[in-house]
Every structure is written in C-alpha cells, then in structure tokens.
Ligand binder design. Sequence first.
Ligand code: ZN
Ligand code: ZN
Length: 369
Amino acid sequence: MSPLVERADRLAALAREREIDLLLVSEPLNLRWLTGFTGSNGLAVLGTAHSGPQGLFITDFRYVGQVAEQVPPLWDRREASLELLGPALSEHMPEWAGEGRPRVGFDERHVTVAQLGRVREAIGERCELAPAGGLVEELREVKDAGEVSRIREAAHLADRALREVLERGLAGRTEAEVALDLEIAMRRHGAEALAFPPIVASGEHGALPHAEPRAIVIEPGVLVTIDWGARLEGYCSDCTRTYAVGEPGDLEREVYAVVLRAQEAALAAIRPGLEGREVDAVAREVIERAGYGEHFGHGLGHGVGLAVHEGPRLSRHGEQPLMAGMVVTDEPGIYLPGRCGVRIEDLVVVTEDGADVLGTLPKGLQVVD
Ligand code: ZN
Ligand code: ZN
C-alpha cells in the first residue's frame, strides 16, 4: 500500500471508531499529510465505510493541474467554482446509501464559525454535523521513515547554515544581521523556506524565550541564544544553541552547565511509553535542584513535523505516552531577567528503545568570536 493510501485507510478507521461516516479535511497541513496536496484551497471528504477508504477531493480552478499531479486516484478529484466548505459540498457530496442521515465530521479547531454556518446551510438538512477535530493531527504525530528522513535532512541543512554563520563570527554584528545571515544561509543550502523566523538573543535579551532579533550589536562577554529551523519538502527542523561570545562569567558558565545536565538527562530518559510530563519532570528536577526552577517557565518540548509546533507535548500537562516514530524536541532553558538566558534544544526521533538525535552540532559551551 502506498503511504497516502495507507494514511487514508488509517484515518478512515479512526473516524469510524468515533462514529463518523464522512470526514471533512481542509486545514492545509492536514490535507498535505493526507493527500499530498500542497496548495492552499482544497477539501477532502473521506468516507469511512468498512469497504475501504473512499474519498472526494474538491479544489478550485487554480489547483486542478496540481491536484492531478499530487493527489492519488484513490481520491475522486473534482473542480468547484464556489466556496469549498459550503455550496461546493452540497453539489459534490456523495449520495448516502446508509440508513438515516450520515454523520459528517468537521474540524472544529480549524473550521471558522462563518464556514460552519455555510456548511450547515449547504448540507445541514441532509446530514448530522459532528465536531471531529484532531484526528489527522493524532496520526501525524508518529512519523514514517520517509518523514523522519526529511526532518533529518532539514536539521542537517540548518546545522550547515549555522556553522557557516559562526565562521563569520557573532561579535560586532547586530542580532538582526546574524538572523538575516542565517536565513540566507539556510535558503542557499537548499531550504525551501524557514521553519520560523530565527531567534538571535544576546545578553539580557536571552532571558526572553521568544525574543525578536534587535538592531543591537552583540558585545563580547555575553551569551547569545540562537533558535532556528529550516523547512524541506514541507518538513521542519528546530534547534537551539547558546554560545559565549568571548569569555563568559561564572554565573553564565554555571547556568549553562545546569541546562546542559537537564537537557542530557531528559535525552537519556526518552523512550516509548514514557508520558510527556514524565520526560519534562526529568529535566525540571535537575533545574529545580540547582535552584533555578522558577526560571524555567515553559515546557520541555513539542512534536515537530509539517508544523514546527505539533503534538505530542512534553510539558507538565503532557499526558500522552511517547511512541516510536514521534519526533520531538528536548529544550530546557533558564532565563534570568536582566542578565542572561540559556536554552539548549535538540530534535530527536523516538526509537524502539530510546531516542536518536537528528542534528549534528556539539552541546558543550563553545566560546566564539
Ligand atoms: Zn526552537
Ligand atoms: Zn522548539
């Protein structure tokens, strides 16, 4: 079975368990995962009957050729000139052969209130609409070998770009200049896009976990946190390193050592079956014992795939057990307001008995120019 047919098959089975007869999928990343379609306007209608997955794929004039190339014939491909989540659905929805009215699942996390109103107007009399969001996201969490290798490639590419930027030095350039340099380097190394705008945060700005690069020159004697990722064939990478520009102070060294210990402890703990919150607790305990617990205010990590932030969550609230094939980050940090911040982030794939790091960069405290 080709991967796309298999995905439709597994999604149909999952939707059937939730008593959904027809599932609507329109969110672009979910649609890409399910059908291969990379455009911005498409609607998949997946039938979940036991006889095997059957689907309709509706798009507009702009994407008809692209759909023919990307979406496999499992999907009955149609063109519509009207709003997909609305009148087009009424026109193309398959005749219902089952008893009563079909239960049509929509994604309440992504379908807007206005869209739902139009869907209701178009097909509300013929079917029962039921919220069924999160099913595709649930399946997306476990990656197949092809997905893992794309993420690994994206991570390697991002690493090469960072190495190149470090060779040019950080001191004397502004945070914004370094961020732009990194963006261009990733694109030149083959990234189709950025996974997200890079964070380059020096000195006291390092204490802001999601700092925006400033037009401020990086001075010797500070720590610089860089968080960046590339996108390749749709898949994201995500990595953070913190560097010392010139000799760091004692406090900076100590904080770095604590974060590194926490990061490595969590990395060693990751394995299938462990809940996200249990992995989070491993890193958090190291940081708390060192006395910095209140300065680690975010979760340990998150899933990465077509989206840079997706499930599962590795945080105090992550109740989901890890499974082999999940790709997650391990990124503890300590943020000292007005002084400095350290975050170290690796991207890893959960294996049968542990985790494989997908990046290539060393983690010991590195002093750079
Ligand atoms: Zn990151
Ligand atoms: Zn991250």
